[in-house]
Design a protein around this ligand. Structure first.
Ligand code: MF3
Ligand code: CO
Ligand code: CO
Length: 245
């Protein structure tokens, strides 16, 4: 449970994280490398925002942002490969400002993408907002997981179970775990002042993922079909929710 003073700091951290996503949009184009996107975001966070890119050196993560392209589910490491027309890329930004974290991600389409790819992105974003809409005191985390899973599966997508949302504040990943599947009326009961992320990952095919054996981070769909993700940092207010990002 965060105090009003802490909520103020989360507001600022959230705003900065979302500003990085707004800033980087115009750079996400055919031919750009994800390493270049990382460098632009890093410089913006450090020099303009005077904030800290939380991923850098987090449990050994080597870059300042995560870039997850096509079949990469999450935790993609920016590299020297150029984006190409038709790619879907998730950019996940976490900044630390005055000791507090803001964590958010969204999908970007590179050039024109296929209608089925657009549809995956749309449904994934809808899942996140359907989850957020249920946030209020007295609701349970299982309500959120359930609505996300139901909307994904109604559209013939699967929900990744290996990764989840999380409490956030002074810590990057705090309790509780926010599962993107589950049953209504189960799990932690929400109380005013809680802050956590909702960040569903939807797959076109199997929900199963593999972690890259060489880098230890990159999570790919086992069948190498596409995956998409959106993330917001959300607080529980007296009668509902506030999106910080
Ligand atoms: N931003 C991710 C999340 O939503 C975590 C990235 S951890 C990293 O929780 F080390 F890969 F950066
Ligand atoms: Co997160
Ligand atoms: Co994130």
């Amino acid at each position: 449970i965060k105090s009003l003073d802490q909520v103020d700091k989360m507001r600022l951290a959230g705003k900065l994280a979302s500003s990085v996503l707004e800033m980087i949009g115009e750079h996400v184009r055919t031919g750009v490398t994800t390493e270049k996107l990382d460098q632009i975001c890093h410089d913006y966070i450090v020099n303009v925002q005077e904030a800290i890119p939380a991923p850098l050196n987090y449990h050994g993560f080597p870059k300042s942002i995560c870039t997850s392209v096509n079949q990469v589910v999450c935790h993609g490491i920016p590299n020297d490969k150029a984006l190409k027309q038709g790619d879907l890329v998730n950019i996940d930004i976490t900044v630390i400002k005055d000791g507090y974290h803001g964590d958010t991600s969204r999908m970007f389409a590179v050039g024109n993408v296929a209608p089925h790819a657009e549809r995956l992105v749309t449904i994934t974003q809808e899942c996140m907002y359907k989850g957020i809409a249920l946030v209020k005191p007295g609701a349970h985390l299982g309500d959120i997981g359930h609505v996300i899973q139901a909307h994904a599966e109604a559209n013939h997508y699967s929900i990744v179970q290996e990764y989840c949302g999380h409490g956030i504040g002074v810590g990057f990943h705090e309790d509780p775990q926010v599962l993107h599947y589950g049953k209504p009326n189960t799990g932690v009961e929400l109380k005013e002042g809680m802050i956590f992320t909702i960040e569903p990952m939807l797959n076109v095919g199997t929900f199963k993922v593999d972690i890259d054996e060489e880098d230890g981070w990159t999570a790919r769909t086992r069948d190498r079909k596409s995956s998409a993700q959106f993330e917001h940092s959300v607080g529980v207010t007296a009668d509902g929710f506030e999106i910080f990002t």
